[in-house]
Design a protein around this ligand. Sequence first.
Ligand code: FAD
Length: 567
Amino acid sequence: MASSSLFSSLRSRSKSLLSSLKLNLKTSHSCSQNPIRNSIDSKPVSNGFYYHRHQANRSSFLFSWPSSLLPLALAVSAGSLSLCDSSEIDSSRVLSFGGKGSTDYVVKGSHKEVPQEFMDELKAICQDRLTMDYDERYFHGKPQNSFHKAVNIPDVVVFPRSEEEVSKIVKSCNKHKVPIIPYGGATSIEGHTLSPNGGVCIDMSLMKKVKALHVEDMDVVVEPGIGWIELNEYLERYGPGATIGGMCATRCSGSLAVRYGTMRDNVINLKVVLADGDVVKTASRARKSAAGYDLTRLLIGSEGTLGVITEVTLRLQKIPQYSVVAICNFPSVKDAADVAIATMLSGIQVSRVELLDEVQIRAINIANGKNLPETPTLMFEFIGTEAYSREQTLIVQKIVSEHNGSDFVFAEEPEAKKELWRIRKEALWACFAMQPNSEAMSTDVCVPLSHLAELISRSKQELDASPLVCTVIAHAGDGNFHTIILFDPTKEEQRQEAERLNHFMVHTALAMEGTCTGEHGVGTGKIKYLEKELGVEALKTMKRIKAALDPNDIMNPGKLIPPHICF
Ligand SMILES: Cc1cc2nc3c(=O)[nH]c(=O)nc-3n(C[C@H](O)[C@H](O)[C@H](O)COP(=O)(O)OP(=O)(O)OC[C@H]3O[C@@H](n4cnc5c(N)ncnc54)[C@H](O)[C@@H]3O)c2cc1C
C-alpha cells in the first residue's frame, strides 16, 4: 500500500477545481487610465466601466496565449472553463456547485466483491500506486462538481504511470469482469466519474508527459493526464482543472469553439487501451486522412465507456497577430442573440461571441464592485492582422447599431482586453455573490443557430417567471447556452423548480432539433434525454458498438447509454 503522503499529494493535484475554488469577491478598483474605445481613431474614453487593478501576483497563464503556438484543443475550452486563479481567491468562502446535498440524484448499481486473486494481480501491476484507503475511494467516487451520487464508491483507486500498466490493469479487470472508471480532473458535471457498481477507478494524474512537440507540423503529442493549463504553460515557454484525456472523453469545448471547433476537431489521433487490454492507435499523424472508419471521433466523447485514452495528438495553431475585444448592450436577449446570428451570417470569423443576460451582469457588478449597464450584453473577439481585426470590428459595430444595440466599445491594448474578458471569465463565480448560500445547476442546451434567439427568449420568459435566480451565459455563435440556476439545497421545492426549468429548456431545444448537451456530456445526468434526442435506433447502434468493444460492460458502466437500451 502506498504511503499516505503520496496519495495526499496525488489527491491535491487531481482535486477538482471547484472543491478548491472559493469565490473571488474582491472589490475592484477603477483604473486610472481607461483604454476602452468606441471608435477606431478615438482616444481611450471613460465610460463608467470599472476594472480590477492588475494584480502583480496573478499568474500569467489564464486566458492569455502569448506564445506563438496555441494548442487548439485548449483554445476550445479556454473561454468557459473559466478557472479562477487561486492566488486571488478569498479563502473564507468555499463555493458549492451542483446541489451536492440533494438526494434525488443517487445512481443505482450493483456491487460484487472483487476477488482476492484480482487484487493480487492489481498489486503486482501497480505496486505502491494503488490504494484502498476509504477517504481516497470516497473522494474518487463522489464528483465534486455534480449533483449526482452513486450507491457505491470504487473498491480501489490506481494511478498508472504508463500505457503498458493501463493495458495490464484493464486486461485483469476484463478477466475478472470488474468495472473500470477512467478518471481525469473530475471536473465533469453530469456524474461521469461515479462508480455505481464499485470497481477500479483509474486515476490518470501520473500520466502527464508531453511526448513530442512538432512545431513544424503544428501538433503536440501528450499523455492524457496533463492539464490544459499545464500544456499551455509548456507551450508558452517555447494548474489544476480538466485534463486533456477527460476533455477528449467528454468532447468538450468553450467560447473559442466558434472559431476553432470542439475537441472533435482538434484531436489528430489517440492511443486507447480497449476493454480487452489491447492498445489501439486510432489514426496517423497526418492532418487529414480518408483511411477507413474514423476511430478517433468514435472515442472522442465516449466518456470512458469504450476505452482508456493513454495518448493524445493535438493540433496547434499560430497565435493571431492582433486582436480586438468589443462589448455592447441590448434592450433584450433576443436582440443580442439576433446580432450574434447576423454576425455569423455576415461571414465574419469571430473568435468569440459570448452573450450574458442582465441578471448575469448584475451578478458581476455585485461580485466585483463594477458598474456595468445591467442589460443583455454581447462580447466579441476579432483576430487576424491589425487592419483585418479593425475592419471586422467596424462591420459588427454597424450590425449592432442596426439591431437596437448601444454602448459599443472596444479594446486593443492587452491589459484592457484582459480586463474585458475577465467579466466573462468570472461570470460563473459571480453568480454566487447574489445568493452566497445557494447551489447551482448548470444547463447546456444547444440548437441550430437560426433557433437560438427564439430558444433564449422562450427560456428567459420561463426563467424570469421563476422564483429562483437564474442567469444566462451563451456561446452565442455556436447556438449553445448555459443557465446558472441558483437554489437552496435544503429546500426540495427549489431543487425541483431548478429541475423543471432544465427540463423545459431541454425539451424546447429538442423540439428545435437541438441537443440536451452542447459540451458538458451525458454522464448519468443527461441519459434520460437521449432517446428523445437521438431515437432508439441510434441508441441501439451505440449499444452494438459498446457490446462489440466491451462485451463484459466493464468500461464506465451505467454512463452515456440508457440502461434499458444497453444490457
Ligand atoms: C466550472 C466548470 C466549468 C466548465 N466549463 C466547461 C466548458 O466551458 N466547456 C465544456 O465542454 N465543459 C465544461 N465543464 C465540464 C468539464 O470541465 C469537462 O467535461 C471536462 O472536459 C472534463 O475533464 P476532466 O479531466 O475533469 O474529466 P473527468 O471529470 O475526470 O472525467 C470526465 C469523463 O471522461 C472520462 N475520462 C477521463 N479521463 C479519461 C481517459 N484518460 N480515458 C478515457 N476516459 C477518460 C471519465 O471516465 C468521465 O466519464 C466545466 C466544468 C466546471 C466544473
